[in-house]
Design a protein around this ligand. Sequence first.
Ligand code: ADP
Length: 330
Amino acid sequence: MTSTTALELITVTKAYGETIAVDAIDLKVNANSYTCILGPSGCGKSSTLRMIAGHERVTFGDIILNGKNITDLAPAKRGTAMMFQNYALFPHLSVSENVAFSLKMKGAAKPERTAKAREMLDLVHMEDYAERLPSQLSGGQQQRIALARALITNPSVLLLDEPLSALDPFLRIRMRSELKRFQRDLGIPFIHVTHSQDEAMALADVIVVMNEARVEQAGTPRDVFNHPQTEFVARFMGGHNILAQPDGPIALRSDKIAVAVDAPEGKPAISATITDIEYLGTTFSLALQSENDGKISATLPDAAFLEKPLEIGQAVFLTWEADQAHRLSH
Ligand code: ADP
């Protein structure tokens, strides 16, 4: 993967009347990378994507694609392509005609359209389905057609708006790996909007976590999960406890907490009571209640637990290595 910047957003802002949907975000997307924009509903993900695609006007700021300012260009002139949540296939057109639709709009002759559509269908392994109607395809197949249709314009970047949300859980996981493979094969950046942490963790080279119209943190999945910088990111990515410490809040992964029966010396510790114990196969999950920090969860390896059985209602001390805690900026 190269680290050349393909797409850059500079203080990009979107206001719908009084509502600031995207608030001065800066973002660099590397060439040949898979970026997921992740955040809860209403945080501004789709507005950001739609501004990149040109389906929404930018209120303030600039969008640069491969060195060219595309902020005010028409969607078809930008070198971007978008794949939508519901695939938006035309029900009365064949698969081949759906894929070639944008070439028809550009006035390309039929032989050229058919040949190019065939090439795209090969790419997504749907060459045998060219004459079918969308209604004769499964959800996963419709998705591949939507992908072929987006790619026929030879885009410099592919934008995907919740592309897996219409699929059942089994297919979603399968299509997830296909999307990643397509991105690698094509070598162009994919920018994929999702509200699913799992999806972003599985797919992305870079996760951009958004909250309330701003970027909270951008980094590799490992970085964002293991080193959350803000309380929002720690809570949203899951698996962390937020603990109030004298010099500010920290995030501590539930599997980095040790449970001691006696007060430990020389380590940070808080006292808590066990409220629930669940066996999860290779680990035990403990729910705890502390006076200062409320609910806390700890995950203990099977062996550690069996050595020293614990009970619901028992008072314990929670300890951790200082270098495992991450200070939160807010
Ligand atoms: P997300 O994709 O993260 O769910 P959106 O970008 O769709 O978020 O929306 C961000 C905010 O902008 C929300 O408060 C939403 O209600 C508002 N919004 C989105 N589209 C419009 C619109 N066309 N007109 C007015 N407000 C909008």
